[in-house]
Ligand binder design. Structure first.
Ligand code: GAP
Length: 456
C-alpha cells in the first residue's frame, strides 16, 4: 500500500477506535481537546514500547531509573526558565476566534519561524506576511497580534490561603531528573559519566492540539539525561545520537522513514540540538530531540537552591559541573509513529484486508489460539490447553472462538498479531496445529511441542 494515502491518518484514527487502541478523551461529553484514552490493545502496545525504551537504557549499565513526582516546588520551574520563557506564539482570528500557532501559519507558507523566537521578532515576521496569511477555518485574513502564551498548566494543589501561589504540573520529566541528580550520585552506585532515565506524564497548554497523538495537552515522555565531564560532552553527544537512531530498528521502524534535522534556532545555552524526524501521514516532523545542554540546568538549580551541584573526580582531582546530554521522546508520538509505520492494506485470498505489521517484540498480542469449531468440546479443550501453555511462556496470547476462522484471522490482522494457531481434528491424533503467518498468510503444520520456538 502506498503510504502517501491522503486518508491514512483518518484510517488509523478509525482503526484505533474500532479495535480498542485509542479513544478520544471525554467522548460521551463531546470530547476534550488534546486528550486521548488508551484502550486494551493501546495499553499493551504502549507498555511494550515503554519496556523496549527502558530496556535500551538499562542495556547501557550506567543508567539509573527514577519516577519523580508530577508536582514540585514552584522554584523548580522558575530555575529551569519555564515560568519566564516556555511559551508558544498565539494568534487569534478576529473573525471566527480560532486560535492558531503563529509559527505554524508562517511555516505553512514557507516562512521560517519557531516558538523560540521572541514575541517582538515573531510580530515583525508575522506583520511582514500578514497579507498572505489566512485563517484555515473561516478563510479570512484578519488576525490579531502575536502573543507569547506560557505552556505551563497551573494547579491549586496545596493552595488554601490568600497569598498562596498556584503550582505547575510538570511540562517535562527532565526537571525531576536534574533535581534528583545529587540523590542518585549520593547512593554511590553511579559516578560520572552516568545517566538517569524516566518515563512519565507531562502537561502542556498547547494552543492547538492536533494530529491525533502528535500534539496533545496531556502526554507521556521518555527522557534520559546523561551527566558527563565537559570535555567528553561532544563525543558522548555523537555516541547518543547514533545509539538513539539505531534503537528504532530494534522496534521495527523502517529506516527510510527516519531522518536527522538540526535545530536552526538554538536556545542560548544549548551547544547543539538535533531532532530525529519521522515521516508521519501528514509529513516529516519531530519524533525525538537529542540535545547537548551544557551545564545550564545544573547551574540554574545550584543558583536557585543554593545546593552545590559540582562533581569531584577522585581520579583526575578535577571539580566541575557536569554537562548534560539529553535524549527526549514522547511515548504517544512513538505510538503514532509505530501505528503509521505498521498500517497496511493488501489483498489476501481475493479479499481486501487491513493489517498492522508490528514487529513481534512490540505487537500487543503475540499469537491467537483458535479451536476450528467452537461447538466441538475436544477441540475447545485442546485449544485451551495450548493457549494456557503459551500464555505461561509469553503472557500476551489470546484465545478466540468467535465467528469463523476467516473472521478471526481478519480480527488478529487488524490488531497486528504476528501468529494465529488453529487446533483441528488432526491435532487430536497427531498433536500438530496450523500456524499462520500474519504478513504472508502462509500456513504450515507444526508440532505443538515446537510452537514456543516458532513464535519467539
Ligand atoms: N526535555 C526536553 C523536552 O521536553 P520537547 O522537544 O519539548 O523537549 C520532547 O519534548 C519530546 O516530547 C518531543 O520530541 C515529542 O516527542 C514529545 N512531545 C512534545 N510535545 C508534545 C505534545 N504536545 N504531544 C505529544 N508529544 C509531545
Amino acid at each position: 500500500m502506498s503510504k502517501k494515502d491522503p486518508d491514512l491518518m483518518e484510517k488509523i484514527v478509525s482503526l484505533c477506535k474500532r479495535r480498542g487502541f485509542v479513544y478520544p478523551g471525554s467522548e460521551i461529553y463531546g470530547g476534550f481537546a488534546g486528550t486521548y484514552d488508551y484502550g486494551h490493545y493501546g495499553v499493551l502496545l504502549k507498555d511494550h514500547l515503554k519496556d523496549a525504551w527502558i530496556r535500551s537504557m538499562r542495556d547501557q549499565d550506567n543508567i539509573a531509573l527514577i519516577d519523580s513526582s508530577i508536582f514540585s516546588s514552584r522554584q523548580v520551574w522558575e530555575a529551569s526558565g519555564h515560568v519566564s520563557g516556555f511559551s508558544d506564539p498565539l494568534v487569534i482570528c478576529k473573525s471566527c476566534h480560532t486560535r492558531h500557532r503563529a509559527d505554524h501559519l508562517l511555516e505553512a507558507i514557507g516562512v521560517q519561524a519557531d516558538e523560540k523566537m521572541s514575541e517582538k521578532k515573531l510580530n515583525e515576521i508575522f506583520d511582514a506576511h500578514r497579507k498572505e496569511l489566512k485563517c484555515s477555518v473561516c478563510g479570512k485574513k484578519d488576525f490579531g497580534t502575536v502573543q507569547a502564551k506560557n505552556l505551563m498548566a497551573t494547579s491549586t494543589l496545596g493552595k488554601f490561603e490568600e497569598g498562596d501561589q498556584d503550582l505547575f504540573l510538570r511540562a517535562e520529566t527532565a526537571q525531576g531528573i536534574y533535581i534528583n541528580y545529587k540523590n542518585i550520585l549520593d547512593t554511590g552506585i553511579f559516578s560520572i559519566p552516568f545517566g538517569i532515565a524516566q518515563v512519565g506524564k507531562v502537561f502542556r497548554n498547547e494552543i492547538s492540539p492536533r494530529q491525533f497523538l502528535f500534539r496533545m495537552r496531556e502526554f507521556e515522555q521518555m527522557e534520559m539525561q546523561y551527566f558527563v565531564n565537559p570535555k567528553d560532552a561532544s563525543i558522548e553527544y555523537e555516541r547518543w545520537k547514533n545509539q538513539r537512531m539505531s534503537y528504532y530498528e530494534t522496534i521495527g521502524i523502517k529506516k527510510d522513514k527516519l531522518r536527522w534535522k538540526q535545530h536552526e534556532n538554538l536556545v542560548f545555552y544549548a551547544k547543539d540540538a538535533w531532532d530525529i524526524q519521522y515521516e508521519y501521514p501528514f509529513g516529516w516532523n519531530e519524533l525525538e530531540g537529542l540535545h547537548n545542554r551544557g551545564d545550564y540546568d545544573l547551574t540554574q538549580h545550584q543558583k536557585f537552591s543554593g545546593v552545590d551541584m559540582s562533581y569531584f573526580d577522585e581520579e583526575t582531582k578535577e571539580r566541575f559541573i557536569p554537562h548534560v546530554i539529553e535524549a527526549s521522546v514522547g511515548l504517544d508520538r512513538t505510538m503514532l509513529m509505530v501505528l503509521s509505520d505498521a498500517y497496511d492494506e493488501d489483498e489476501m485470498n481475493g479479499q481486501k484486508r487491513v493489517v498492522l505489521r508490528f514487529a513481534k517484540n512490540i505487537a500487543p498480542i503475540r499469537a491467537g489460539v483458535f479451536p476450528l469449531l467452537r461447538n466441538k468440546s475436544q477441540l475447545v479443550e485442546k485449544a485451551r490447553e495450548v493457549y494456557r501453555e503459551l500464555k505461561k511462556e509469553f503472557g500476551n496470547i489470546i484465545f478466540d472462538n468467535n465467528g469463523n476462522i476467516g473472521k478471526r484471522y481478519r480480527r488478529q490482522d487488524e490488531i497486528g498479531t504476528p501468529f494465529c494457531i488453529t487446533i483441528d481434528f488432526d491435532t487430536l491424533t497427531d498433536d500438530t496445529v496450523t500456524l499462520r503467518d500474519r504478513d504472508t498468510g502462509e500456513q504450515k503444520r507444526i508440532k505443538v511441542a515446537d510452537l514456543k520456538e516458532a513464535i519467539v
